[in-house]
Design a protein around this ligand. Sequence first.
Ligand SMILES: NC(=O)c1ccc[n+]([C@@H]2O[C@H](COP(=O)([O-])OP(=O)(O)OC[C@H]3O[C@@H](n4cnc5c(N)ncnc54)[C@H](OP(=O)(O)O)[C@@H]3O)[C@@H](O)[C@H]2O)c1
Length: 284
Amino acid sequence: MKKVKIAGREVFPIGLGTLKMGDKSNKFDQEIKAIQMGLDNGVQVIDTAEMYGDGNSEHLIAQAIKPYLYNREDLFLISKVLPSNASKKQLPISLDHSLIRLNVDYLDLYLLHWQGSIPLQETVEALEKAKNQGKIKAWGVSNLDTDDIEKILTFPEGANCAANQVRYNLADRGIEYDLIPVMSKQEIPVIAYAPVDRCDSSGTGLTKQNVLKEIAETHQADIFQILLAWCIRNGETIAIPQSSNPAHVFNNVKAAEIQLTQQDLEQIDTIFPKPVTKQPLALW
Ligand SMILES: NC(=O)c1ccc[n+]([C@@H]2O[C@H](COP(=O)([O-])OP(=O)(O)OC[C@H]3O[C@@H](n4cnc5c(N)ncnc54)[C@H](OP(=O)(O)O)[C@@H]3O)[C@@H](O)[C@H]2O)c1
């Protein structure tokens, strides 16, 4: 299992997404158990955002990571600021609200959720200020394509960009063409969202693919685990599948133990080829 270097740490390559969690009170117990199942089996990264359930996801995470249960230093908490709040004036307010909802005094990583109308340089300055105040350990971005990452790298503190969170799974390999090479050169890891393609909700049929089924059988795994093992295969990507089901979370975490062979990877490439031209960045 390859840990991933991010923001001066080395973390477990599977994290927990929480996009749709914390919205329904009758699901709280199960969702808290799902998060704790991940943490009890090695997960460190938890991904949330002020946008998720308008703060509900951050509230739920606070319940799952109570200080008497987990050491804050073992966790790697990520939250995100909405583009409309990413100004010098508003970002510190959004950040404080996220810290209060999460009941922590710092974030490990704070991301610009996507680019809006506020200039990137202003947001980067606000993020650097928050970092200097100790409210975040590092900052990064989400849903930015190659040209914007290159732009950020020209800013005075742009090289401090610690991650880009983008959609990445076998059905969305476009970022391998130019975004990953640029990020890799700067040692900026990918945080892969929708790594199991939202359980086929976009209609790609990934989780029913025969070649993946055969590969899964040889590893005594299921297809979801193969999708995740593929995402994290190079040690430069953290996958953040979301699941409210503790048994699914357990399986997802165990995917970190699967080492795909060269033959597996070649077989996968024949069905889901690497991009050979620039692709529009896959979103949402
Ligand atoms: N930065 C951004 O703009 C952005 C955008 C989207 C998402 N994200 C982040 O990325 C996270 C993950 O993305 P996502 O939630 O869109 O998609 P995803 O993780 O690819 O898919 C989540 C779906 O897959 C199911 N699932 C997960 N593991 C499974 C397993 N082992 N077996 C069966 N079903 C399984 C879940 O259902 P069950 O609950 O039934 O397991 C859920 O319906 C989000 O939660 C969020 O934190 C970020």
